[in-house]
Ligand binder design. Structure first.
Ligand SMILES: Nc1ncnc2c1ncn2[C@@H]1O[C@H](COP(=O)(O)OP(=O)(O)OP(=O)(O)O)[C@@H](O)[C@H]1O
Ligand SMILES: [Mg+2]
Length: 285
């Protein structure tokens, strides 16, 4: 198949903050996501794995989803590549847990008026971690999280952070029904010394939680080793994650998008028949 590049006016690099100004289509995908998230209202939590070729629009779509999720469902968005970059490649489980905790707190902050107790606990724990104090016993017991009696900081932190979102929901007295946690560029988890153990840890907690939905996504093919580790038959989630593959836009959709976006373009629409991927500054098909 012929692949060509058409050069059109530049779009911002990466995912723009003003998503609605740039976002197109993906209606069906969003409906799918919403239906899998909506089950949180009935105390059923799905775990989701989103794949799709590089640049197809996974991150953009998930950011759009966050905007659309109703306010009784909290959201957190964590990009592992950011931690990987900041840590100059020295990614640790502890750093991921802490970053996830921070992102959850941003979600809680949006509803801090109805979650004031949790919100204050979040601040307290954050300060403790920054002061290298990993004694979470008191804060944990307020939320009903029992912190293990061990010296290992990671063990304490992971127990707290992994139980946190479910306890946030439970402490809201029905006002909050779920927590959606998006983990983007999750393939970087493969850089840990023992990624298998890390995913199994997630699996062991999610099994007990009815209101926390994790969405893992990243720049990885659906057949990659990291996908096998997380969701292969012998992997942590044993093929039980919901798989959503994001396909490139069809030519028909692309035509509509380009027409709307670049009304003054001199592109000949019949030229599009040979395109499978449009690279560079425009949405990818
Ligand atoms: N639905 C869309 N509407 C408009 N533009 C889009 C859409 N989806 C993607 N794009 C454009 O394509 C770019 C790449 O999308 P995005 O970063 O979401 O891809 P990705 O699948 O997450 O890529 P990677 O695998 O590299 O992380 C976006 O910055 C945006 O410019
Ligand atoms: Mg992405």
């Amino acid at each position: 198949m012929i692949k060509q590049v058409i050069k059109l006016p530049s779009l911002p690099l990466g995912v723009p903050t003003d998503i609605n100004k740039y976002f197109f289509n993906r209606t069906k995908e969003l409906i799918n996501f919403h239906s899998f998230i909506n089950t949180l209202n009935q105390d059923v939590a799905n775990q989701i794995l989103v794949t799709g070729q590089r640049g197809v629009g996974k991150s953009f779509l998930l950011k759009k989803l966050i905007e659309e999720v109703p306010s009784n469902i909290l959201t957190a968005y964590l990009d592992i590549s950011n931690i990987y970059g900041i840590q100059k490649g020295n990614l640790t489980e502890e750093k991921i847990m802490y970053a996830m905790f921070e992102e959850m707190n941003k979600g809680i902050e949006k509803e801090s008026d109805i979650l004031s107790k949790v919100y204050n606990i979040g601040i307290e724990i954050k300060n403790k971690i920054n002061n290298k104090d990993f004694d979470f016993k008191d804060a944990g017991s307020i939320l009903g999280i029992s912190i293990p009696n061990v010296t290992d900081n990671y063990e304490k932190l992971s127990k707290f952070v992994m139980e946190y979102p479910q306890k946030v929901v439970e402490s809201s007295e029905g006002k909050i029904k779920g927590f959606v946690i998006i983990i983007d560029e999750f393939q970087f988890i493969g850089e840990l010394k023992n990624p298998e153990a890390f995913f199994w840890m997630f699996r062991s907690f999610t099994q007990e939680q009815d209101n926390v939905c994790y969405i893992f996504t990243g720049s990885t093919s659906s057949t990659s080793d990291i996908v096998k580790i997380i969701n292969g038959n012998d992997g942590a989630f044993g093929n039980r994650m919901i798989r959503l593959n994001i396909d490139p836009f069809t030519k028909k959709k692309l035509k509509g998008i380009l027409k709307q976006k670049y009304p003054k373009s001199h592109l000949q629409w019949r030229d599009l028949k040979d395109f499978t991927v449009v690279l560079e500054d425009i949405p990818h098909i």
